[in-house]
Design a protein around this ligand. Structure first.
Ligand SMILES: NC(=O)c1ccc[n+]([C@@H]2O[C@H](COP(=O)([O-])OP(=O)(O)OC[C@H]3O[C@@H](n4cnc5c(N)ncnc54)[C@H](OP(=O)(O)O)[C@@H]3O)[C@@H](O)[C@H]2O)c1
Length: 288
């Protein structure tokens, strides 16, 4: 495969940072971005081009940054929508503004960056769009409603996008990591809303304490994950000679939870088959 040019959001730590290092080690070119340029100075020293990009900025500002990015190497082949964070708290404790902010980064930011790159990919009739979703795009765990909501929303939007754009030769890869050791749950990056309601107080606090204990103790090795992501895009290593699926769960916890949810869903469809299939108008035939 020829040398690819990657544009990545949220490169100051975690997946974005390690992806940048790994992609460079494979001989591809990277335009690493972050909302604070000084936080990715080390990636510039490692050989990446760097640009400032806050995914919550207005569409025009993001279009301008993407145009600058395209000008660096003359093209973008792979865009990785990686920037994101977690807001944790009970439904009743989350302020509307916190919910909006969560969706602004994890959903609307992704939409803006993707819309800025898409005309370029359509024009050259090639490219890959990678979206870092989550196990939280499958399972709504308690006290992470805003985060799960944002990743479920992302999954639906990206599934539609994938079907709209495959005719242009553009590939879409929706990556769903389980729990990986990054800065996601660090005190600086995790947004929490402590409960003001006594009914939730104990469970909410236990959840936040659990997240704090898990900070940088997660089972997933991010180095292993980024190698797999690059293999999937480049169709090398684990993906050599294989059809790469649109949706790709990553991690042992992800495997078990998704399997359980699929089995539960199949069980529900089987158990309630007759009721589910009993609501059509009498004069409606399936061939309509
Ligand atoms: N680690 C996991 O267990 C896990 C599991 C499933 C999914 N994910 C997903 O993986 C992605 C990367 O997270 P991570 O685990 O690598 O955590 P991380 O180490 O906290 O990295 C998140 C990155 O997103 C950036 N970011 C946040 N808001 C931004 C904004 N408005 N504009 C641009 N960049 C922004 C942060 O930059 P600043 O330094 O500027 O804050 C940081 O570089 C996220 O989408 C997350 O939801 C992670």
């Amino acid at each position: 495969m020829t040398q690819l040019v990657w544009l990545i959001t949220g490169c100051s730590s975690g997946f974005g940072e390690l992806l940048t290092h790994h992609i460079l080690s494979r001989g591809d070119l990277v335009i690493a971005t972050a909302r604070t340029l000084s936080k990715i100075a080390h990636l510039s020293q490692a050989g990446a081009a760097t640009l400032e990009l806050d995914v919550t900025h207005p569409q025009q500002a993001i279009n301008d940054t993407v145009a600058q990015a395209i000008a660096i190497y003359g093209r973008i082949d792979v865009v990785v929508n990686n920037a994101g964070y977690v807001t944790s708290g009970a439904w009743e404790d989350i302020e509307y503004e916190q919910l909006l902010a969560q969706f602004d980064t994890n959903v609307f930011g992704v939409v803006k960056v993707t819309r800025a790159v898409l005309p370029h990919l359509r024009e050259k009739k090639s490219g890959t769009m990678v979206f870092i979703s989550s196990l939280s795009g499958w399972c709504g765990h308690p006290f992470v409603g805003p985060y799960a909501g944002s990743k479920f929303a992302l999954e639906g939007m990206v599934e539609s996008l994938s079907r709209e754009t495959e005719v242009f030769g553009i590939k879409t890869l929706l990556v769903e990591p389980g729990r990986f050791r990054t800065m996601l749950l660090s005190p600086d990056n995790l947004h929490t809303a402590p409960s003001k309601i006594s009914d939730y107080d104990k469970a909410s606090k236990a959840h936040v304490d659990g997240l704090a204990q898990e900070d940088r103790m997660q089972p997933g090795d991010t180095q292993k994950a980024v190698k797999i992501i690059v293999d999937l895009v480049r169709k090398e290593g684990c993906a050599e000679g294989r059809e790469v699926p649109f949706r790709f769960p990553l991690g042992t916890d992800c495997y078990e939870s998704i399997k359980e949810k699929c089995e539960e869903t199949l069980h529900l469809l089987k158990d309630w088959n007759q009721v589910i299939n009993s609501t059509d108008h009498e004069n409606h035939s399936n061939s309509n």
